[in-house]
Design a protein around this ligand. Structure first.
Ligand SMILES: C[S@@+](CC[C@H](N)C(=O)[O-])C[C@H]1O[C@@H](n2cnc3c(N)ncnc32)[C@H](O)[C@@H]1O
Length: 280
């Protein structure tokens, strides 16, 4: 089976024969058509799924909106299977809002509170996703992790993305004061816990984590932002999360604004994004 993008939309070919098409109307709505002898055999589903995929309908992080024309009333369950609902008469709409994960929320808050950092530090670089995010935002990034595997994974991810503004170090974040001077950093990110895909017996420990948070606050310039995503659950337990929360709650209001973003209707072990803004 082959899908070809053509002037008016997409066509579906089976062994060279056109068996369906998905046209985009003047009102930017999708109109699906399958040759009668090939209906109810999954070709329409295949075509629509591909069109949705190619037009951002399954992006894990981006919201999307698609409109469609309902040809016949009995086709409604077909469209509903893909998340379309009736908007008005024979007009359908599919709006998709991806789940806002703890990490995604922390990125959005950092981007909003600290839009153009000069120096950003990723204190737990792991597989490099947070570092890559920071590299798109900051002029210069320092990333560190205690595991050689994490350093290697981060370097590879940055190389693949062509990011050349990052220094990746094998370093314990309890020694954060070795990598920058007080007041030099615009933001410091922590994503505690274990290395996804790595050895789950190695994970951040409260004593070092709190020492690292204290040092990170020293490294921040006034107005700078610290972001920390906390974890708990099987293996990790709750000690680190509880002790970090106690530490954050004890920060003086005169010097810091502290926000803990708890998901009210998730399981209590859901990642917990926390933000600290150092006052000017
Ligand atoms: C949840 S992962 C980080 C995910 C990562 N930021 C990413 O985007 O892929 C937690 C990481 O913290 C690291 N870590 C744990 N204790 C550390 C410490 N004392 N110093 C630096 N990194 C540490 C672990 O090795 C692990 O790679």
């Amino acid at each position: 089976m082959e899908i070809k993008k053509e002037q008016e939309g997409w066509s579906l070919y089976k062994e060279g024969e056109k068996v369906g098409c998905c046209r985009v109307t003047g009102e930017e709505a999708l109109e699906l058509w399958v040759t009668p002898e090939w209906r109810r055999k999954g070709y329409g589903s295949f075509l629509l799924k591909q069109v949705l995929r190619q037009t951002g309908g399954y992006q894990p992080r981006q919201p999307s909106c698609h409109r469609a024309v309902l040809g016949h009333e009995e086709e409604l369950p077909f469209w509903e299977k893909f998340g379309f609902v009736r908007e008005n008469g024979n007009r359908l709409v599919r709006r998709r809002q991806p789940d806002l994960s703890g990490v995604e929320l922390s990125h959005r808050l950092v981007r909003d509170l600290c839009p153009a950092p000069g120096l950003a530090i990723d204190a737990t670089c792991g597989n490099g996703y947070d570092t890559l995010f920071l590299s798109t935002l900051a002029r210069r990034v320092i990333a560190l992790d205690i595991q050689p595997q994490a350093v290697e994974n981060t370097r590879r991810r940055l190389e693949e993305a062509g990011a050349d503004n990052v220094q990746v170090l094998l370093e314990d974040h309890a020694n954060l004061d070795r990598v920058a001077d007080p007041g030099e950093a615009d933001c410091v990110l922590f994503n505690f816990g274990w290395l996804p895909g790595g050895d789950h017996a190695i994970f951040s420990q409260p004593e070092k984590s709190i020492a690292a948070l204290e040092k990170a606050l020293e490294l921040l310039r006034p107005g700078g932002v610290l972001s920390a995503v906390l974890y708990s659950g099987e293996g990790i337990g709750t000690r680190e999360k509880e002790e970090i929360l106690k530490f954050l709650q004890g920060l003086p209001l005169t010097r810091y604004t502290v926000i803990v973003c708890r998901y009210a209707n998730y399981h209590h072990t859901a990642p917990l994004p926390c933000i600290v803004v150092k006052k000017g």
